[in-house]
Write a protein that binds this ligand. Structure first.
Ligand SMILES: *[C@@H]1O[C@H](CO)[C@@H](O)[C@H](O)[C@H]1NC(C)=O
Ligand SMILES: *[C@@H]1O[C@H](CO)[C@@H](O)[C@H](O)[C@H]1NC(C)=O
Ligand SMILES: *[C@@H]1O[C@H](CO)[C@@H](O)[C@H](O)[C@H]1NC(C)=O
Ligand SMILES: *[C@@H]1O[C@H](CO)[C@@H](O)[C@H](O)[C@H]1NC(C)=O
Ligand SMILES: *[C@@H]1O[C@H](CO)[C@@H](O)[C@H](O)[C@H]1NC(C)=O
Ligand SMILES: *[C@@H]1O[C@H](CO)[C@@H](O)[C@H](O)[C@H]1NC(C)=O
Ligand SMILES: *[C@@H]1O[C@H](CO)[C@@H](O)[C@H](O)[C@H]1NC(C)=O
Length: 511
């Protein structure tokens, strides 16, 4: 009866895991739901007005539905009792409530929950719709408290695109654009161009029959596909000619190939996901420090959610080089654009009955390809078959230590690091960095000339040094502003050009 024995073993393993497993933190990244037509350049820039195309009513529902399954998976105490891990075991019989610290109901609050969105309409609305399901109506309104519809209000933080390296960095990274441009000139891309030429021409011809002029070059194919997709599905955007399902399927296949190829790790490196990885590690590190010290109350961010874009999601997979791992060959996102409202989540697991030291905690990565889909594991390259992390959190999980060892070298820890890697010289942070460096260089030069004065024994008091430091910082800021206004567009364009050329020079010609 080998079959029964196996079943028993799995059951025992399951019980052992379920009895002790504890979900300590979830860091999730979501794609927005259905939106109006989105026109993008070949290097992922958007040409739309501020805020971008809005989330459609259908998109709100998709995000809400994704929130329902998120709640069931991570916050529903009955579901947790059924053997799944629950984010907060103290959720006894209540539904998840976002409350006031110190109040009996304040289980989730601004000390353990952080929701961030890109500054675009579709992402902010997705976060709002998602949260309406994650934190369902529950507050008891009175004449003077809470909203009359009992809706919970959960804040969504956002920041301007200038400086948002975590969610939107992929739209502003010239070093990555450069790799893309090289790839567009590669034999692989040109082969695809030839192979798809007749099909693309046929689509252009068909569009011309209703006087729609389409640029059907392969680099522009996203826009062709998106225009057809949104018009067919939601009857919005520019009118497109009717195409049969087979033709549409071929259009979609080509768009999938194009968009997922752009996100391969050998093109992205850590440029698109490195800032997010640094952010993730920061939250994991803080959690692990608090948990392993085991000082009560254990206050740390345990529900961290980003409302973003599929390039945000694929950029992280690229940074972790998951596509290079044969164990991850079946992950659909390497050949298919993540579905609307798709979600991925890094989970930190512990063993409540055991040691909670870093090597005994486990990290798992899961994805849900749209609200109707099941959550599935994306195996991490640091997984080690059969080790205690896999026993705790399932196949494809890593110990926290080995996840850290995988991710830390790929993290872009500061905006300065991001500026250096991406070579964007128009972000405010990058201009400040350049100006500070210029100031440092001239200060260093001055210091070298009068070098002996340092040894004269007069020395500067620490107060004077601090004063100088503040002065330098101020001068740096002034310089940054001056740099912007004085050098003007032409000089910056030249700098950008020079930087592009130097990146070109250092790139392997194959990417
Ligand atoms: C999309 O953007 C391109 C420039 O990248 C522009 O030429 C074209 O007219 C735009 N299409 C629509 C439908 O806005
Ligand atoms: C929690 O899960 C139980 C069992 O799966 C289900 O019946 C219930 O509706 C869920 N509650 C919420 C608020 O999602
Ligand atoms: C740098 O970032 C800014 C702000 O997001 C963006 O407008 C600009 O296009 C980026 N520069 C390049 C060369 O990508
Ligand atoms: C179509 O787009 C490509 C790539 O952006 C561009 O080089 C080409 O000039 C465009 N063709 C037309 C007819 O606008
Ligand atoms: C085309 O696809 C739509 C929806 O995907 C479906 O409702 C319709 O029946 C299909 N048409 C044909 C001819 O297969
Ligand atoms: C400027 O110099 C100081 C002191 O050497 C150094 O700590 C700092 O990192 C430098 N800043 C930049 C942007 O190079
Ligand atoms: C990049 O990776 C893909 C598969 O992930 C592969 O097909 C392609 O040849 C690689 N390109 C280079 C230049 O290595």
């Amino acid at each position: 009866m080998p079959c029964r024995k196996t079943t028993l073993a799995i059951l025992l393993l399951g019980l052992a895991g379920a009895a002790q497993a504890e979900l300590l933190l979830v860091y999730s990244v979501q794609r927005h739901g259905a939106r109006n037509v989105l026109n993008k350049t070949a290097t992922l820039k958007e040409t739309d007005a501020n805020g971008g195309p809005t989330l459609l009513p259908q998109g709100q529902r998709q995000a809400y539905d994704a929130g329902l399954s998120f709640r069931d998976r991570y916050l529903n105490s009955s579901a947790c009792a059924n053997g799944l891990s629950c984010l907060d075991a103290s959720l006894v019989d209540s539904e998840p409530e976002y409350g006031v610290v110190g109040s009996a109901d304040g289980i989730f609050n601004n000390f353990n929950t952080l929701i961030r969105s890109s500054s675009l309409d579709r992402a902010i609305m997705t976060a709002r719709s998602f949260l309406d399901a994650v934190f369902p109506p529950i507050n008891q309104p009175t004449d003077t408290t809470y909203l009359p519809d009992r809706q919970q209000v959960v804040p969504v933080y956002s920041q301007a695109a200038d400086g948002d390296a975590i969610i939107r960095g992929y739209t502003a990274c010239p070093a990555y654009d450069n790799r893309l441009l090289e790839w567009y000139a590669s034999p692989e891309f040109q082969e695809k161009e030839m192979e798809s030429q007749a099909f693309r021409d046929a689509v252009a011809t068909q569009a011309a029959t209703i006087d729609v002029k389409l640029n059907t070059s392969l680099t522009e194919w996203w826009n062709v596909f998106d225009g057809f997709n949104v018009y067919r599905t939601y009857n919005l955007g520019n009118e497109m000619p009717p195409v049969d399902n087979e033709t549409f399927a071929e259009m979609q296949e080509l768009a999938y190939w194009l968009e997922t190829s752009k996100m391969r790790s050998n093109l992205t490196g850590n440029l698109l996901g490195g800032a997010l990885l640094a952010d993730l590690l920061e939250f994991l590190d803080k959690a692990v420090t608090v948990i392993s010290a085991n000082v009560l109350p254990n206050i740390y961010y345990k529900l961290v959610h980003l409302s973003g874009h599929y390039n945000t999601q694929l950029g992280v997979l690229g940074a972790l080089e998951i596509d290079q791992d044969p164990a991850a060959a079946d992950v659909t996102w390497f050949s298919k654009i993540p579905s609307l409202a798709a979600l991925m989540a890094f989970e930190l697991h512990g063993d409540a009955s055991g040691d909670q030291s870093p090597q005994d905690l486990a990290v798992r990565l899961v994805m849900q390809d749209g609200p109707e889909a099941d959550y599935v594991t994306i195996p991490l390259p640091c997984a080690s078959p059969g080790d205690s992390a896999e026993v705790l959190a399932g196949a494809g999980s890593c110990s926290f230590d080995s996840f850290r060892a995988l991710a830390a070298p790929k993290a872009l820890n500061t905006l300065d690091d991001w500026c250096d890697a991406c070579e964007n010289d128009s972000w405010t942070a990058c201009q400040l960095l350049a100006a500070t460096r210029a100031l440092n260089t001239s200060t260093d030069a001055a210091g070298t000339e009068s070098g002996s004065s340092d040894d004269s024994g007069t020395g500067l008091s620490s107060g004077a040094v601090a004063g100088i430091a503040v002065g330098c910082a101020l001068a740096g800021a002034v310089l940054a502003v001056l740099a912007t206004t004085m050098y003007g567009r032409r000089a910056r364009a030249k700098m950008a050009h020079d930087q592009l050329m130097s990146v070109h020079g250092s790139l392997p010609s194959t990417v």
